[in-house]
Write a protein that binds this ligand. Structure first.
Ligand SMILES: *Cc1c(COP(=O)(O)O)cnc(C)c1O
Length: 415
């Protein structure tokens, strides 16, 4: 089976995503990739089959330009190979990628690949609810202990990284959901590098990547995505991605992926593949829309506070934003003066923005984090994380921002 790769000439990201990783000859001349749904692959010779198994099981290393024949689609399949090749150029500093059937699948596979019983992790809080659950319940039961550091507490994070015993992974989600508090990736990576045994730094880059935040260039080892959000962009599929500078990290994750069977399926790979060339266009438009809306909501008498990176007033947070984010992104949250009742009134009266969790799609969604995405927090934990009763989170889409602002304003009227 020939190699599923297009040009590797150095070109800019927006060109690379359209030219790399797909050879039309291998899809009977089709300008876009075909979907290969086969579960199993026919070998050219028994020797080629033997060689493919030797490489897949790690007995031998493939040659420089050698690509082993495909075996079975839980191991890999053409659409995963095409997607994994095409997604690399959109993450600055990445050399390899692996795709999974959800963001949680990518995160879980990363922990399972890199952590062993007796080792520990340091992570930022709040993190995505599923990740918190994974750390608290499943990883703890496997003997992997965890230290949480509140998002934005750079000194606390450095201290935790410096003092944790058997530290294997530093897991950062920045900006934090739903308050958008930022964690300094560079400082965390530097703190890790000062240890005798350097821990891996993993960043959940779902909120600002791949367009606006580039963790691998700030010293992180692995970037993880819920591709369900901005990468796919239409709220119509689940997927996850891991990308790394060191290809061996991805190879190791693929070995675990074979065991878990959580590779992204061919149809979903094909769908995500078609969305990649517009990720940056969509994210730029969404960020511009969100910034215009956030700047106007600040002045609204019924709003106590707007959380949005372009509106940070804390000097430390501004420093982090300038150092690691190109644009503020399309998530914003605001706290209403009237608490939960006001937030529910607002959500009830929105006409364009829809009341739903998830984010990153071309359509605008709003939700009440305290009773939905963060409902497992105790009231004290929620207060500590800034998830107030009156807080509403909005994921801004690509509609005309003036209509979105008018919709929010008319709903605010009814509060
Ligand atoms: C949605 C999300 C996840 C989980 O991704 P799924 O694709 O739903 O499994 C993880 N991290 C962040 C930041 C998310 O927003």
């Amino acid at each position: 089976m020939p190699h599923y790769k297009g040009s590797r000439d150095p070109v800019h990201t927006n060109t690379a995503v359209l030219t790399r990783g797909f050879d039309p000859v291998l899809s009977v001349g089709s300008a876009r990739p075909a979907v290969f749904r086969s579960s199993t692959y026919v070998f050219s010779t028994p020797e080629a089959a033997e060689r493919a198994f030797a490489i897949a099981t790690g007995k031998v290393q493939p040659g420089e330009e050698e690509k082993a024949e495909l075996i079975y689609s839980r191991i890999s399949h053409p659409n995963a190979e095409i997607l994994e090749d095409q997604i690399v150029p959109i993450e600055a500093g990445a050399t390899e990628a692996a795709v999974f059937n959800s963001g949680m699948a990518a995160i879980f596979t990363a922990f399972l690949t890199f952590c062993r019983p007796g080792q520990s992790i340091v992570y930022t809080q709040p993190v995505y609810g599923g990740t918190e659950h994974l750390i608290d319940d499943l990883l703890a039961s496997f003997g992997i202990t965890a230290t949480a550091v509140i998002a934005g507490d750079t000194a606390g994070l450095e201290a935790a990284i410096g003092s944790a015993s058997n530290l294997r992974v530093v897991f950062i989600e920045t900006p934090a959901n739903p308050t958008l508090v930022m964690t300094d990736i560079r400082r965390a990576a530097d703190a890790g590098a000062r240890r005798r045994e350097r821990p891996l730094v993993l960043v959940d880059n779902t909120f600002l990547g791949p367009a606006f935040q580039h963790p691998l260039q700030l010293g992180a080892d692995l970037v993880l995505y819920s591709g369900t959000k901005f990468l796919s962009g239409f709220s119509d599929m689940l997927c996850g991605v891991a990308l790394a500078r060191d290809p061996q990290l991805i190879t190791a994750m693929r070995s675990v992926r074979i065991l878990l069977g959580n590779i992204l399926q061919p149809d979903e790979c094909w769908m995500l593949d078609g969305r990649l060339p517009t990720v940056s266009l969509r994210m730029n438009r969404q960020s511009k829309n969100a910034q215009r809306i956030a700047e106007r909501l600040v002045e609204h008498p019924k709003i106590l506070k707007v959380h949005y990176p372009a509106l940070f007033d804390d000097a430390e947070q501004i420093k982090i934003r300038l150092a690691q984010c190109d644009f503020p992104g399309s998530l914003l949250s605001f706290e209403l003066r009237g608490g939960r009742a006001a937030a529910f009134d607002l959500l009830r009266n929105l006409k364009i923005c829809r009341d739903a969790v998830s984010l990153g799609g071309v359509e605008t969604l709003a939700c009440h984090p305290r009773t939905t995405t963060h409902s497992t927090y105790t009231p004290e934990e929620a207060d500590r994380a800034g998830i107030a009763e009156g807080l509403v989170r909005v994921s801004v889409g690509i509609e005309d921002w003036r209509d979105l602002l008018a919709d929010l304003e008319q709903a605010l009227e009814s509060v």
